[in-house]
Write a protein that binds this ligand. Structure first.
Ligand SMILES: Cc1cc2nc3c(=O)[nH]c(=O)nc-3n(C[C@H](O)[C@H](O)[C@H](O)COP(=O)(O)OP(=O)(O)OC[C@H]3O[C@@H](n4cnc5c(N)ncnc54)[C@H](O)[C@@H]3O)c2cc1C
Length: 451
């Protein structure tokens, strides 16, 4: 009987689902899986992307944890593919590898002023408020008026976290430095800009509705944005999501505002033109062009230019994958080029033994659940490609531990995650909170390896 020694790089949902599905798949060979992540803790963007005030989604961690707790998948945290372990190493110890490295960076936005001080990527801010160990502990929250560019759920997450009073985030797992940072914020107005109309947004009704429930924050929408064209009317009549979004927005139009100390403004039909300099190299304003429906579901510019004073701009225009050493990369799409998860080279030929799944396979769109169907597709190729697997020189499981130890890599394990998890819960319990995340990497690693 053959044995498949499978390495999976990335312990976000895509990597964990792929491992789980591989274990459960019908197969006529034995299987052993090692799951690597550059971070000391598993779960990828579920831990470091999903907003802290979305406990139901964060709860997916419990299901992912059950997979790791079963004991048939080994987890090696704090191991960076490309430096701590290379493709050459993987070929020596495994039959195949699945890359599930996701995305953590912001897609660029090509407007003048992007590099001014006070212009930020949403992904960096998300990493900060979700306690990612590799970003600075401090975030400059000095702006009273802020612009958020984008009309997807990440834009709404960023706008919500900026607008919320920090005390209302205390029931969540936010780290101390994040609470302290948010508590200094003098923000009064958060403006969200989308280039199209309310019937073409990318965010979902649940995320939108939540904005209207934030304590002491008025929702401001503008009547001029609701003069719908035929394409928008059709979308509202035929698409349940769009119908609900329109309904929620119209409820806000009818609300009385003016009492709250903070406001969250939604501006539609606004194409970003420029982030304005205040004269000292800092963000001083935001300029946009009013657009209008083009009759086909899109928009065109009207030539009408508007601007408002803001002291910070966050672009939430999507995430973008990062290239991996010795692995092909599509610079335009920010993904590993592949056919149904089978990685292909420059000549469009399959690279034996190399697969991809999750956001690094199909781009940074879609919910956690999508990574499961994705993993299924990739895995079907891994399992049926037996004739093309690598032939490792050192297939024994212990050889991987020995390799990492010899290199001085302080790797963490599933037991280590249990220790860190228990530590974070205890930190929370001590002050009447559910959990407080540990942020510094060395502290995470020390606690995890203390067993
Ligand atoms: C801000 C934000 C909010 C979101 N909110 C929701 C939500 O509410 N509901 C929902 O369903 N979905 C949400 N999503 C989407 C969800 O997070 C993704 O669908 C999902 O995380 C993608 O999974 P993945 O495993 O492909 O990537 P990731 O979750 O990014 O996991 C990739 C893993 O690979 C690791 N890695 C990267 N490079 C290396 C390397 N060189 N070596 C070793 N390891 C490496 C990373 O550390 C990470 O742990 C949100 C996404 C974002 C960005």
């Amino acid at each position: 009987m053959t044995k498949l020694r499978l390495a999976i790089i990335g312990a976000g949902p895509a990597g964990i689902y792929a491992a789980d599905l591989a274990v459960k798949a019908e197969k006529n060979f034995d299987l052993s899986i090692d799951l690597f992540d550059r971070l000391p803790a598993p779960y990828g963007l579920v831990r470091y992307g999903v907003a802290p005030d979305h406990p139901r989604i964060k709860g997916i961690i419990s299901a992912l944890r059950e997979v790791l707790d079963r004991g048939d998948i080994r987890f090696f945290g704090n191991v960076n593919y490309g430096t701590d372990i290379t493709l050459e190493d993987l070929k020596k110890h495994y039959n195949a590898v699945i890359f599930a490295t996701g995305s953590i960076k912001d897609a660029p936005l090509d407007v003048p002023g992007m590099d001014l001080e006070g212009s930020y990527g949403a992904a960096d801010f998300v990493s900060w408020y979700d306690g990612h160990p590799d970003v600075p502990r401090e975030w400059p929250l000095t702006a009273k008026e802020v612009a958020v560019i984008g009309n997807g759920n990440v834009a709404l997450d960023v706008a919500r976290i900026l607008a919320k009073h920090p005390e209302d985030l205390l029931p969540t797992e936010i780290p101390g430095n994040v609470f302290d940072g948010l508590a200094t914020s003098p923000v009064t107005d958060v403006h969200v800009f989308g280039r199209r109309g309310p019937a073409q947004v990318k965010f979902t009704p649940l995320e939108l509705r939540e904005l209207g429930e934030i304590r002491d924050v008025d929702m401001i929408v503008h009547d001029e944005d609701f003069d719908y064209d035929e394409a928008s009317k059709t979308a509202i009549a035929t698409n349940k999501q769009v119908f609900v979004i329109d309904k929620v927005l119209n409820q806000w139009r009818a609300r009385e505002v003016g009492q709250a100390s903070r406001r969250l403004h939604l501006h539609f039909y606004a194409k970003p033109l420029e982030i304005l300099d205040d004269g000292t190299g800092r963000v001083g304003g935001f300029r946009w062009e009013r657009t209008e429906p083009d009759g086909a579901g899109g928009v065109r510019g009207t030539g009408e230019i508007r601007e408002i004073p803001v002291q910070a701009v966050y672009r939430a225009v999507g995430y973008f994958g990062s290239p991996l050493v010795d692995v092909p990369f599509d610079e335009r799409r920010g993904v590993i080029p592949n056919r149904e998860g089978q990685v292909i080279d420059d000549a469009d030929e399959p690279l034996n033994g190399v697969y991809a799944t999750g956001w690094i396979k199909r781009g940074p769109v879609g919910l956690i659940g999508h990574t499961k169907s994705d993993a299924m597709e990739t895995l079907s190729h891994v399992l049926s490609d037996q004739g093309n697997w690598w032939t490792p020189e050192e297939p024994a499981e212990e050889s991987v531990d020995a390799l990492l130890e010899a290199r001085g890599v302080a790797f963490t394990t599933v037991d280590g995650w249990h220790r860190l998890d228990a530590h974070e819960l205890a930190l929370g319990e001590a002050v009447g909170r559910t959990r407080i995340k540990v942020v510094p990497r060395d502290e995470m690693t020390t606690i995890s390896r203390a067993g």
